[in-house]
Design a protein around this ligand. Structure first.
Ligand code: PMP
Length: 303
């Protein structure tokens, strides 16, 4: 279901979908030397708008810096390119994949001789996790989240996604929807493509980046929305038993949105979605679609 008739932004030009190819000896294919972002444009009353685009592009820059990759384009260039692409492809709403990787030029682990390729692709979004009504079933993974002193999880880099791919496959093979990953120290980290939140006695908690979790932009959005709803929020280390004992658990990410969790390791949560999860889902929906005017500064209108 990829939009093969559309265009991809590749190193400064819009090219036909099938022209955006790369050589088999691309450095990033062999060694995972790439950085990426997953961003979304939502349909609003004033046309498509990209949600928190500068924040996504700044994270891309930080990821590249951690890998010592030179990004040939700055945040302003990539933001303008994103708007051009969404407009050119005529999307009402879409998923956007910004990425940069070390390309063809030299093989071997020394990264200094490979040029950087930068691209932006867009396609219509289809939900990745099963329908959130009633919630998803999580399983604690046998795979640990990447140790921050092996590969920095704060860098949204392509290679480390093998950790997420292994964990997701294990969970789905066992009949669950998604995996919960613990960090090297056994504390809760995150899911394969979402941050995790628990609610107990009205307090909303989520693990910090030091747990090996990505600094999620949806996580930050949810924390802001929760504070604005008057909820007590805490970013702190969690144990898996904090999820077993929670009143509500949900996961969130750009691709997933805000998704209630029904059970973890076959322990049913009391409610899915619970009342705070339901309020946050609605608040998130109103923010991304521009329906709630307080959050319009998060939208980049494509026009
Ligand atoms: N954790 C991981 C491992 C992810 O891949 C993602 C998706 N980018 C997230 C969390 C959620 O991040 P965001 O809200 O910025 O999409």
């Amino acid at each position: 279901d990829l939009p093969e008739a559309s265009t991809i932004w590749l190193d400064g030009a819009l090219v036909p979908w099938h022209a955006a190819t790369t050589h088999v000896l691309t450095h990033g294919l062999h060694y995972g030397t790439g950085v990426l972002e997953g961003t979304r444009a939502f349909a609003t009353a004033d046309g498509p708008a990209v949600f928190r685009l500068p924040e996504h592009l700044r994270r891309l820059e930080r990821s590249a810096r951690m890998l010592r990759m030179e990004l040939p384009y700055g945040v302003a260039d990539l933001a303008a390119a994103t708007v051009d692409l969404v407009r050119a492809n005529g999307h009402r709403s879409c998923y956007l994949r910004h990425f940069a990787f070390l390309g063809y030029g030299a093989m071997g682990l020394d990264m200094r001789s490979s040029p950087t390729t930068t691209a932006i692709a867009s396609w219509e979004w289809h939900a990745q996790l099963p329908d959130a009504q009633g919630g998803i079933r999580l399983k604690t993974s046998s795979w640990r989240r990447t140790d921050p002193n092996a590969v920095p999880p704060a860098a949204k880099a392509t290679g480390p996604y093998l950790n997420s791919v292994l964990a997701r496959r294990e969970a789905t093979d066992a009949g669950y929807d998604e995996a919960l990953l613990l960090g090297a120290d056994g504390a809760v980290s995150e899911c394969t493509g979402e941050n995790v939140f628990v609610v107990r006695d009205g307090v909303l908690r989520t693990p910090p980046a030091s747990a090996g979790a990505l600094e999620g932009i949806t996580q930050d959005t949810v924390l802001t929305l929760a504070r604005d709803l008057g909820a007590a929020v805490r970013v702190e280390s969690l144990l898996r038993s904090d999820l077993y004992a929670a009143d509500e658990v949900f996961v969130c990410g750009t691709a997933a949105g805000v998704v209630a969790v029904r059970s973890l390791d076959d322990r049913e949560l009391p409610a899915a979605p619970g009342p705070l999860t339901a309020r946050l889902r609605a608040a998130y929906e109103a923010a991304v679609t521009g329906a709630d005017g307080r959050y319009r500064h998060w939208l980049t209108y494509v026009g």
